[in-house]
Design a protein around this ligand. Structure first.
Ligand code: ZN
Length: 120
């Protein structure tokens, strides 16, 4: 199969995995309702905002600042689509919520490691 076509399929599968229910479950688990500082509705009820807990740094972030990470990386396509799909659409136990910064650090570390392994 042509490399260009493989990359296209991988990209489309990754896009589809956004709707994977296990991803929504892990996001829901890390979701927290935080009372905004002194913010109140006109009727005196406190205002709440939704934040997500990063599993690495332990700080709270908005929905736009977090990503769902595969604890054990999906890795590269080894020629078996079933295997790749199983790794991409994995159970919640292999997923975690990370802030974008922690996710970037983890991904870069993984990429450095795989590059190094290729040299050995
Ligand atoms: Zn973080």
């Amino acid at each position: 199969m042509e490399k260009k076509f493989i990359n296209l399929l991988k990209k489309r599968l990754r896009e589809a995995s956004r709707y994977w229910p296990e991803k929504h479950k892990i996001l829901k688990n890390s979701r927290q309702k935080i009372q905004e500082n002194n913010a109140q509705f006109k009727n005196g009820q406190p205002k709440f905002t939704t934040k997500f807990l990063c599993n690495s740094c332990g700080k709270l972030y908005s929905a736009l600042e977090v990503e769902v990470d595969h604890i054990e990386e999906v890795g590269s396509f080894t020629g078996d689509w079933n295997d790749y799909i199983d790794r991409l659409f994995c159970p919640m136990e292999n997923l975690q919520v990370l802030c974008k910064e922690c996710h970037k650090i983890k991904t870069e570390r993984y990429n450095r490691w795989t590059r190094m392994m290729r040299l050995i």
